[in-house]
Design a protein around this ligand. Sequence first.
Ligand code: NAD
Length: 423
Amino acid sequence: MSLFENTLKQIEKAAKIMSLEPEIKSILEVPQREIEVSLPVRMDDGSLKIFKGFRVQHNNACGPYKGGFRYHQQVDKEEVKALSAWMTIKCSVVGIPLGGAKGGVIVDPKLLSEGELEKLTRKYVQLTAANIGPAIDVPAPDVNTNPKMMDWFADEYSKIQGKDMKGVVTGKTLAAGGSKGRGEATAQGGCYVLHEYATSIGMEPSKTRVVIQGFGNAGAIAAKLLAADGYEIVGTSDSKGGIVCTHGIDPAGLLACKVEKGSVVDCGVHVSELKGMDGSTCKKVTNEELLETECDILVLAALENQVTAENADKIKAKMILELANGPVTPEADEILAKKGVVVVPDILANAGGVTVSYFEMLQNADNKYWEEDDVKAKLKDIMVKAWQEVKANADKYKCILREAAFITALARIAAKIKEKKLI
Ligand code: NAD
């Protein structure tokens, strides 16, 4: 099943539970616009390479399209369509006035020099410029794209328009108009929701063991924030494999070791390699074993389709926090629900990133910049309110949190479609 078919299945399930009007559902089953571009780039060796890129604008009933763009050799349009639909839903779950879009270019960025990446990014802007803009569609970083590329993006679009238009893109560096707190926002938002859930069931951080799949931007920051709240991090992984440390992991020490050795897999296996863990050792595990490790909370912060019908039954965590997009398949959702494993879904758990991107849009429009504490306080308000609404719908409709999050979002989008007389 393609990722987009998964998304349609999720919409279908929620629509049935809440009795959504079929016409509204049919609107959300197809993106409003699918843009495909060919991007010619002069390479450093003088040859010309043509890259294929996409921008899918799923729905803008709630506001301008919003969503990142990624550079990856396996990007395909079905994946971009799914991610664009999740953006529509995600923005609506947290109640920010934005729609959903996503973009991508088929490229392995590791094979390009910085100069080639800059040319590729600027070409992507030139060929999509007619359909983007601060009030139309605002891209952002995603897999393998970063603040520096967003700065190139804003610069190229401003040149095309002949004026400063930095609000065309978010996730920029602070110097180019980015927001404080954007780097930590995804993990921070997820931690706010996790805290609400943990408090509601009387979970004590000091007695709660956490495993984190993926020690990248979202995962490593989640480890840092959860450890600071008193949770015990007992395992983590990256693309090369994982480690499980029954005495707990010091995230700062692990990050330093990962930077030095290139992967978490070689860290902590020897005594006192991780700062603050004197005398403890860790054991190496495969990624499959990591997911099946004994723990209370499993944070998924790597890739899509990680917990599937094949391994869902072997998951021992009591709760899963989805910081990645689509890490649990619909089949796995059903198995986990039967086992009583609570899944806090991606469209709620990782919405902190787009929420702070929205804050960046507001700051750019006002040309007034907020302090980090202010960003965090506003993010917390939004995430806690969204959690409460989703939880209330889960109780009302007696459904799992993913269905409740979809219901929360679909109700808001349906109301906007009617209010704006879009049909
Ligand atoms: P990243 O590239 O910084 O980190 C990904 C991590 O996952 C890396 O440590 C990588 O080595 C690891 N990984 C890759 N394959 C793996 C595998 N098979 N098993 C275990 N680990 C593996 O990316 P990120 O920004 O942290 O994003 C992670 C996920 O979170 C993605 O699904 C992304 O779409 C989602 N997300 C991120 C943000 C954000 O603001 N960073 C926002 C919303 C959603």
